[in-house]
Design a protein around this ligand. Structure first.
Ligand code: ADP
Length: 735
């Protein structure tokens, strides 16, 4: 490791409590330190903030961060303050005296980062002031807002093109989560960046589980999602304000802690509701697209769309708000044909290029909804990247949650031959009418009721046929041409006609069985769920005391790590993921005491060693897709073969503590009465004797009674079998 790198890692560890960089963070930081203009594109949750916060600490002077929203600035300033990095934000909500104090702090070089909105930055007053200071670099967050090609163009971003000239020698760095190649180039051009470095990360978000369902029984479909995520934080996006109000009310009456959010609500209500969500007083926010920009709450566990968004960029950004902490989260999209009509109506005022662009985006969104290929792949490819691997194991398609038409080839051939019979001269609606045997006057006038394909798919009804046509278009078997979107047979469609390829067609919505997918709880194995809840409550209380959102105190990943390792000493606490020096000082006492109390009263071991374990976020850092439940299952299969603990550790690449936990679960689930071959008879008998006297409660007394001769892990394995014995009425000595 070079000396410079050692310094980076040192700051990463002492300030943030992280042990490694996420993909491209290191490169992005190097560009800033090297004063090389750059465009950094990382998905939401990819860790963009660290890319500019860390070099701001290392470089002399003040880093200026352009950010469009006050809430975002505030959260970031709070988070930086929590880890002892002096930062401030100037915005309209400040009192003149507060602005004055910030200016003084800047003049006295007491601040490392200054957050400012674009329109404020480019005022003559601000520019003049900043030119008199030592500016280390300028970072522009949400940089896609500068591009009219992006989905969120903000004219006030345009003037930032002046910065490059105004601050010669100061690096300008653009950050965004959403950028097509065109937007990326546009960002660099608009900002007048000089020989900019481009760092473009993978757009895939492996921890997001995408599900796309036709809307059949919306209320039930939403209930299904909520059931899978009781008590979790989630966002439900609706297209209209009216729908937001109605749904929020319905959820509240059903006992869900939900709040509405849309631009039609008074400012004060909107802020209150947003704060309730951020501060964990409300679990669910029901909102229009007006909600979310600048929300960096890291533990949003689900995002539901009750209707299709107007572009994949919006979809990516909105779903992206789930799982920023890297833990598994669900994104469920409910769509229906009229969503697209609603959007088209709303976009009627657009003209020329803008109208064509909007319509194209809508078509791509529609295609995504009805597509029958992997969702992760579709999204990644949309953003111009290729998707490695065959199956993502995290979408409705790859997990076979969709129901397909069994005789899809025949159905598709009937549709395609109807397109041929009408001489490739009509649109989807007309073809569907012919196939459904409609008595529409146009069909009769054209004599198309005489075609051999007339009424050929009558039993399925027009709307199903219409959807299949869309699916055939999405799979490139059919193409559309011209203003009237006339259907043509595409080259791949000829293969279908010849029977050489079978397309995938989804079963019509009404016939699909409502089948709530299994709940997927997000717990690190070895983690004590009860302790996690205790720590979550403590986090909420401490956050309230300090006037910051809970996720600013600690993310869920940190709480999971604490609930797994259960440190009771300051040194153990400092080892926790996401705990740097300042947070260790600040919070060690409160958390270690709570952990010690919980462990003692629940009889679970504290200070569990995981030195040889992958940290709970190792998977996140590498964005690995290996699921924990897969590891658990693999372990169970190996235990069934009688493989040793060490063997299993090696095979599945998990630590002793984790594998022991898998073993305990395996023994309990399969009702094993004897812990052999994983624990010797002699030790088992010793533990059994201690349990006989002390009961199977807290493990510490057992551990002490055995004089420390049997490890906590071994005691847990023994106790699992003793429990099985008492449940099956077998004595400790019997087998
Ligand atoms: P983005 O702005 O790209 O959406 P954030 O900067 O909000 O992402 O980071 C998302 C989450 O990842 C935050 O909780 C942050 O603390 C965490 N994070 C960032 N970098 C790292 C890292 N190197 N190691 C561990 N966690 C990280």
């Amino acid at each position: 490791m070079r000396a410079d790198d050692a310094r980076l890692f040192d700051v990463l560890q002492t300030r943030w409590g992280y042990t490694s960089f996420r993909p491209l963070q290191h490169e992005a930081i190097a560009a800033i330190l090297g004063k090389q203009d750059s465009v950094v594109v990382l998905p939401t949750g990819g860790g963009k903030s660290l890319c500019y916060q860390l070099p701001a600490v290392l470089m002399p002077g003040l880093a200026v961060v352009v950010s469009p929203l006050i809430s975002l600035m505030k959260d970031q300033v709070d988070a930086l303050t929590e880890i002892g990095i002096p930062a401030a934000a100037v915005h309209s909500a400040l009192l003149p005296s507060e602005k004055q104090r910030i200016a003084e702090d800047i003049r006295a070089a007491r601040l490392k980062l200054l957050y400012v909105a674009p329109e404020r930055l480019v005022t003559e007053r601000m520019l003049t002031f900043l030119r008199q200071q030592t500016v280390s670099f300028i970072a522009i967050d949400e940089a896609h807002c500068i591009s009219a090609w992006g989905h969120d163009f903000r004219p006030e971003y345009r003037r930032m093109g002046e910065l490059r000239e105004q601050f010669p020698g100061v690096g300008v760095h653009a950050f965004t989560a959403t950028a097509t190649e065109r937007v990326r180039q546009d960002i660099a051009g608009q900002l007048h960046l000089q020989s900019a470095e481009f760092h473009v990360g993978s757009f895939d978000r492996p921890n997001l589980h995408y599900r796309v369902e036709r809307r059949s029984d919306k209320d039930q479909q939403i209930r299904d999602v909520l059931q899978r995520h009781a008590g979790d934080a989630g966002i439900i996006y609706c297209i209209s304000r009216k729908e937001v109000d109605a749904l929020a009310e319905a959820l509240q009456s059903a006992g869900v802690k939900a709040v509405p959010y849309h631009a039609g609500l008074p400012d004060e209500v909107r802020h209150r509701n947003q704060d309730a969500f951020l501060n964990e007083q409300a679990d669910v926010v029901v909102a229009t697209v007006a909600f979310g920009m600048g929300i960096d709450k890291s533990n949003v566990r689900f995002v539901v769309h009750t209707g299709a968004p107007k572009s994949l960029e919006h979809y990516q950004q909105e779903t992206g708000r789930a799982g920023r902490d890297g833990l598994d989260s669900e994104c469920c999209l409910l769509y229906g044909g009229n969503d697209f009509q609603i959007w088209r109506k709303m976009m009627q005022e657009l003209t020329g290029d803008a109208a064509a662009h909007a319509d194209h985006n809508l078509q791509l969104m529609e295609r995504y909804c009805i597509a029958t290929g992997c969702r992760h792949r579709a999204l990644v490819e949309h953003f111009g990247q290729s998707y490695p691997g065959e199956s993502c194991a995290a979408c409705d398609v790859c997990l076979n949650e969709q129901e397909y038409v069994p005789d899809a080839l025949i159905v598709a051939q009937k549709i395609l031959s109807c397109v041929v019979r009408v001489r490739e001269s009509f649109g989807a609606e007309y073809v569907a009418l012919v196939l459904s045997g409609s008595r529409d006057q146009r069909i009769l006038d054209n004599g198309h009721d005489q075609l051999s394909t007339y009424g050929l798919l009558k039993e399925h009804g027009k709307s199903a046929i219409r959807e299949w046509i869309e699916q055939l278009c999405a799979q490139d078997h059919l193409a559309r041409e011209g203003e009237y979107r006339i259907l043509k047979i595409a080259p791949a469609g000829r293969d279908v006609l010849r029977g050489a390829t079978t397309p995938r067609l989804l079963k019509p919505a009404a016939k699909k069985q409502s089948r709530p997918a299994p709940a997927k709880k997000n717990f690190t194995l070895g983690m004590d769920a009860g302790l996690f809840e205790v720590l979550r409550k403590l986090r909420r209380e401490l956050a309230e005391e300090r006037g910051v959102p809970p996720f600013v105190v600690f993310g869920d990943v940190t709480l999971q790590d604490l609930a797994s390792r259960r440190p009771t000493s300051p040194a153990g606490f400092r080892e926790t993921h996401g705990v740097g020096d300042q947070k260790a000082r600040q919070y060690a006492e409160a958390f270690t005491q709570a952990i010690a109390r919980y462990c003692a009263s629940n009889g679970i071991p504290a200070d569990v060693a995981v030195a040889d374990d992958a940290p709970p976020t190792a998977g996140l850092e590498s964005f690995s897709t290996t699921s924990k439940s897969a590891a658990r299952q693999a372990a169970a299969a190996l235990f069934r073969e009688g493989r040793s603990l060490e063997d299993v550790m090696q095979q599945i690449g998990r630590a002793r503590s984790t594998v022991t936990q898998y073993l305990v679960e395996f023994l309990s689930e399969e009702g094993h009465l004897s812990p052999e071959p994983w624990l010797s008879e002699e030790r088992f008998v010793a533990v059994a004797a201690a349990v006989e006297v002390l009961g199977p409660g807290p493990l510490k007394p057992i551990f002490d009674r055995l004089g420390g001769a049997v490890s906590y892990d071994d005691i847990r394995v023994a106790v699992a079998c003793l429990r099985n014995r008492s449940e099956s009425g077998v004595g400790a000595s019997g087998g």
